[in-house]
Design a protein around this ligand. Sequence first.
Ligand SMILES: CC(C)(COP(=O)(O)OP(=O)(O)OC[C@H]1O[C@@H](n2cnc3c(N)ncnc32)[C@H](O)[C@@H]1OP(=O)(O)O)[C@@H](O)C(=O)NCCC(=O)NCCS
Length: 162
Amino acid sequence: MNVILRLIKKGDLPLIQQYLSKDGVSRMTNIPEPYPTNGASDWFEIVMEEFHEGNHYPFAIIADDQFAGSISVRREQDRIGAIDYWVAPPFWKKGIGTKAAEQAVDFGRNELGFKSFETCCLIENKGSARILEKIGFQKGKEFLIGSGEKHGGKMARLYYLY
Ligand SMILES: CC(C)(COP(=O)(O)OP(=O)(O)OC[C@H]1O[C@@H](n2cnc3c(N)ncnc32)[C@H](O)[C@@H]1OP(=O)(O)O)[C@@H](O)C(=O)NCCC(=O)NCCS
């Protein structure tokens, strides 16, 4: 499948709202569950503010001309980036997440000057861990998520890309 990234636009919000309101996509992410009624438009407002500050680049993942999910490139520190992503269930296991993550990292390096990336995912999130390993992230420490968080009590792992 041909995969490209382009900045999120308002026209993507109905599909984002629809995909994130269903069970499944958000389960292993920090996306709120149940997804609020205005979740997508509230998220868009926040990320656009961060975008204008140069700290958050929210992309739509476009696979063969269809909206297939979203990936964000965020500034964690001056030269350190982070990526967060989700792919909509009809598009799972077609290599889309891997291609999107690869392109997001390239964007962070080439356009934003990031020297390294950090991210983390739940140990149980085999698909996400595999994407990170496939694009060259190295495993960092495992840690226990604090009880106040969505996944409190579960184990997660840090990943680094230099
Ligand atoms: C995790 C996620 C992004 C994977 O996206 P995807 O487009 O299906 O990933 P790919 O097709 O590029 O697959 C990458 C690798 O992971 C494997 N994989 C994908 N989903 C998997 C799963 N549920 N269990 C085990 N392995 C999985 C693929 O087989 C592939 O490995 P391979 O090349 O060795 O065969 C997608 O399932 C998703 O959006 N999940 C919900 C949101 C989420 O978890 N986001 C990440 C938070 S850290």
